[in-house]
Write a new protein. Structure first.
Length: 410
C-alpha cells in the first residue's frame, strides 16, 4: 500500500473520531490533504485492521469460512439509492418529559409512545388528536410492542420492574405483571402473536403464553442468564429467540418449543475474549441474517445461527456507556443506527459506507422502528430513543430526549 493511502486512512480515522487538531497537524507534516470520500466505506482503517486480524487468526487455525455465498445475495446487489431522510412532520407536545420508545399501530393511523413521565400515550397522527393516555405505571416506560395479529393489544415495559398488556381500542389495562426484580428493558410478541417475551436488568427473560379469547397471559418459562439481557429478537419463523447478554461474547439461540439454548460465539476466531457487548439485534427482512449493534462503534452482520461475519460497519459514535438501537430498511439494502452524537446514521449494506445522517432532534435518538406489511421491526438507539416505519404512509417516526416525535419520508 502506498504511503499516501496509509496517511489518508489515518486521516479518515482521526476525522471520524473528532480529532480535528491531529488531522490538521498530520496534513501539515505529511503534505497529504484529507478528502472526505463520500463514496467510500466509513471506518476503513479499523475495518482493514480487524479483517486482517480475523483472517490471520482463521488462517492459522485453517478454519477460514468457505460457505456458499448464496446466503449473502441481499448484500451483494446495489440498492435503488432511496431511503427516508426528509423531515415532514414534528410533534412536540405529546409528553412533558423525554420520549423513550414508540411503535406504530399495525393497521390504524395511531402511534404509541412511552416516556419518562411514566405514561403511555396513543396518538392519531392523521388527525393530530390524542386517542388515549395510560398512567398505570410508576416508572418510565421504556419498551412497547403491538401484537401483529390482535393489533389493538399493546405491550408496555417499565423501569418500575413491571410490564402490562393494554387494549388501545377499549382503552383498558388488561393485565399487569410483576415477575421481574429490575427494569423491564425489552418486550416483544412472537410473529404469530401467541406468545411474548420480556427481558430485564435482573438477568432473566420471561416467556408468556397468551390466551386470545380471555385476553390474558401466563408466565410459562423463566430463563436466567449470566448478566443483564440487553436485546431479544425472534427469527423470522418465530421458532427461535435470539438473546444478547452484557459482557458475553455469545449470542444465545433459544428453541421456542424446547427452551434448549445454543450458544454461538460472536468472535470469528472462536476465543472467549469479550471485546464488545451486543446492545441490539435485528434480523433482516428475509430472515437469513442478524445485525448486531455493539457498544464499540461497530455493527456486525452475521448469518443467523453462525459465527460467520458477513460484513462489519464502522463510523457511528457509540461507546460502553451508549445504548445504540438499529433497524432495517425493508429492502435490506440500508439500515439505521442511533449514535451518541444525536444523529441517526444510515448505512449502505452493499458498499458498507454511511450514506446519510438524519438530524433534527436536539436530544439523542433512542429507538428506531420499521412497520412493514403490518409487521413491526424494532430499532432502539442511544439518546434518540426510537424510530419506526409505516407501510401505510411510507414514513419513519423517530423520538428523542428532546420530547419530540418526528416523521421522515424518502
Amino acid at each position: 500500500m502506498e504511503d499516501t493511502k496509509i496517511v489518508s486512512l489515518i486521516l479518515q480515522y482521526l476525522n471520524e473520531q473528532g480529532f480535528q487538531g491531529s488531522v490538521n497537524l498530520l496534513q501539515k507534516e505529511s503534505n497529504v490533504d484529507f478528502i472526505d470520500n463520500e463514496d467510500g466505506p466509513s471506518g476503513e482503517l479499523v475495518r482493514i485492521l480487524n479483517e486482517y486480524q480475523e483472517i490471520r487468526i482463521a488462517a492459522e487455525a485453517n478454519t477460514f469460512d468457505q460457505d456458499d455465498k448464496q446466503f449473502d445475495q441481499d448484500f451483494m446487489v446495489q440498492g435503488e439509492g432511496s431511503w427516508h431522510n426528509s423531515l415532514t412532520q414534528n410533534f412536540d407536545s405529546l409528553h412533558r418529559a423525554n420520549i423513550l420508545t414508540l411503535r406504530f399501530h399495525p393497521e390504524k393511523d395511531l402511534i404509541a409512545t412511552g416516556s419518562s413521565d411514566k405514561s403511555v400515550k396513543v396518538f392519531n397522527y392523521s388527525t393530530n388528536q390524542p386517542h388515549h393516555q395510560f398512567t398505570h405505571h410508576t416508572g418510565a416506560v421504556i419498551a412497547l410492542d403491538f401484537n401483529p395479529l390482535h393489533t389493538d393489544l399493546l405491550l408496555a415495559g417499565s423501569m418500575d420492574h413491571s410490564h402490562s398488556i393494554l387494549d388501545v381500542d377499549k382503552k383498558e389495562v388488561l393485565q399487569v405483571f410483576r415477575d421481574h426484580t429490575k427494569y423491564v428493558n425489552r418486550i416483544k410478541w412472537n410473529p404469530a402473536g401467541t406468545h411474548f417475551v420480556t427481558s430485564s436488568h435482573d438477568g432473566t427473560i420471561g416467556i408468556y403464553e397468551f390466551d386470545s379469547v380471555q385476553k390474558q397471559a401466563t408466565l410459562s418459562k423463566n430463563i436466567v442468564f449470566s448478566g443483564i439481557v440487553e436485546a431479544i429478537e425472534f427469527t423470522k419463523d418465530g421458532n427461535t429467540l435470539i438473546v444478547a447478554v452484557r459482557e458475553d461474547n455469545y449470542l444465545n439461540y433459544v428453541d421456542f418449543k424446547t427452551y434448549e439454548i445454543q450458544r454461538v460465539n460472536m468472535n470469528l476466531n472462536g476465543d472467549d475474549h469479550v471485546s464488545f457487548t451486543a446492545m441490539d439485534l435485528a434480523c433482516n427482512p428475509s430472515g437469513t441474517h442478524v445485525l448486531v449493534a455493539t457498544d464499540k462503534n461497530r455493527m456486525i452482520l452475521y448469518r443467523v445461527g453462525t459465527s460467520v461475519q458477513v460484513k462489519n460497519f464502522y463510523g457511528s459514535m457509540n461507546d460502553r456507556f451508549s445504548n445504540p438501537r438499529l433497524c432495517w430498511h425493508p429492502s435490506s439494502k440500508y439500515f439505521y443506527v442511533t449514535s451518541q452524537d444525536g444523529l441517526v446514521y444510515v448505512w449502505d449494506t452493499v458498499t458498507q459506507r454511511i450514506v446519510d445522517k438524519l438530524s433534527g432532534h436536539r436530544g439523542l435518538p433512542v429507538c428506531l422502528f420499521f412497520f412493514v406489511f403490518h409487521c413491526l421491526k424494532e430499532l432502539m438507539f442511544g439518546l434518540q430513543k426510537d424510530i419506526a416505519f409505516s407501510n401505510k404512509s411510507g414514513e419513519i417516526a423517530s423520538c428523542s430526549f428532546d420530547k419530540t416525535v418526528k416523521f421522515w419520508k424518502s
